[in-house]
Design a protein around this ligand. Sequence first.
Ligand code: MN
Length: 255
Amino acid sequence: MRFLLTNDDGVHAPGIFALKKALEPLGHVFVVAPERPRSAMGHAITLHKPLRLAETTLADGAPAWSSNGTPADCVTLGALEIMDEKVDFVFAGINHGPNLGWDVHYSGTVSAAFEAVMVGYRAAAFSVASFDQEIHWDTAGCYAARIARFLCENPTGPHTLVNINIPNLPCHDIRGIALASQGPRQYVDRIEKRLDPAGRPYYWLGGTLAARDAPAGTDVRAIADGYVSVTPLQLDLTEPSLLRDLESLKDWPPV
Ligand code: MN
């Protein structure tokens, strides 16, 4: 099998190397990733400046390609320019940090996988659900390898992807795999206002997570309980019950 591997933490991030190692027993891995960290880019694509690809070398001496584009751009460049569209599966990650619940809309990692499924490839995104400096990449790589093998052997539906988050724990402390829906993810104190030396205000975006118990059955809860969360996602964001609530609009006469 031929795999396209990208991320949003940059081509030399430890997480993409861990995922490359996990995928190598399953097929040929083509690494095409941003030249620098591009986390929280969402699904941005580059339309108004030139995109570049450069060959680089990973820690094991293997060749890879870096780009000045976004994670979604890397999927397009990798599939069309590097792999001649012969792509069996697109993997994104392993991200350093969680991609849980509503946060997937901000995620460059998950958006790279969404870019892949938009053009008809199969895709999955992997993240370690921690911003700690010390990450158990061996645990994450071990689960990524097992889940990637399963996904390669069990085709998923078109235009869907699988989002996987792995707790930052030693392997023996992981309690198992939980199939989970997207949980709520709300932040408080979302901006911090400071003054620069000239007395003008500036702002840092961020905030802390609202303190509340995540509902059972969600990815947020699974991670809090020490499980690997596996969440199927789809491109179609249509809300069917709201479609019904709005139905009378179609009876309005033309103005
Ligand atoms: Mn990232």
